[in-house]
Design a protein around this ligand. Sequence first.
Ligand code: GTQ
Length: 348
Amino acid sequence: MKDDVELGRLEDLPADYVKDLTQVNLVPLWPSLRGVLPPNKPKPLTQATAWNYKDIRPLLIKAGEVTPIEKAERRVLVLANPGHGLQKMQASSAIYLGMQLLLPGELAPPHRHTPNAVRMIVEGEGAYTTVQGEKCIMHRGDLILTPTGLWHEHGHDGDQPVIWLDVLDLPLIYYTETSYHINGNEQPIVPGHGEKQYKGAGVIPTPMFTRSDKQYPILRFPWEDVKASLISLANDPAEVEAVQVTYINPLTGQDVENILGFYALMLRPGQKLRLPARSPACVFHIIEGAMSLKFDEKEFTLNEADTCCVPGYGEVFLTNQSNQLPTFVFMTDESPLHRKLGVYENWG
Ligand code: GTQ
């Protein structure tokens, strides 16, 4: 069957026939067949979209003035993709992005929920997230996990605003009608820090020859360690083109969370990098430096703390804006989800 064959439209059907169908909750497939199964390639709603931190920051600080934490629980401005409609609050089909503000002395109260979350710290010192009793200090560039079902609350002992980027798989969890939360009590702090226990990439703690069966051994990935890994990779071997690392669970070697994947990328001074067309949508967030990002006919300049989302199935061209300094980028995508669903593709 040729794709240029026009299928029958709803308007081609007798009106009383369509009415009879509707009456008993039936729908003809053929008027919608090309919509749900487009030829050769999906037609994503997700549009390549950038959000500049210089636009977000003053509006988020204003949110701190107009809405007390008690009236927000989480004081977040959502980075919404216009392709999905802003009210849907999604960056892509599976990814939610939000910028969260916590002011000195505030507490975003304890809860747990089915969506998985991570925080990428953007600005400020003195705040922390407690995850299942483990106190995770926030510094710029750190990644803190709050995987599905784990208790978490955010507190702030410092004296300046703290801002971070929330990345959740909320749109997918909401779509599957499995999204809910439970409020709880403040957690007693338990001793120990996963990122200290699992400090070396090649060794893990095995007291008395036993491995931990913790599902999430590392909850906080300090930026200084990730940055050092990137710089080391960039130098050995010096020819490696894409200087990229994946945040993994050291006990399984798999991605740190079930649905979204998290990565850090270093663009060498002056580097241009082409990323292949792959099925997952992808988010880019600048930790240090600046780059341009080109997708289809759109081109964005991304400076520190800027964030950009692109749909799947298209090449992405990144160019470091500096010939002297590296640029460091945090990335999120839907690869773990696509692999589990069996729909992951890399078109090269
Ligand atoms: O900090 O727990 O952006 O529950 C959205 C939902 C952040 C959080 C969000 C949440 C949180």
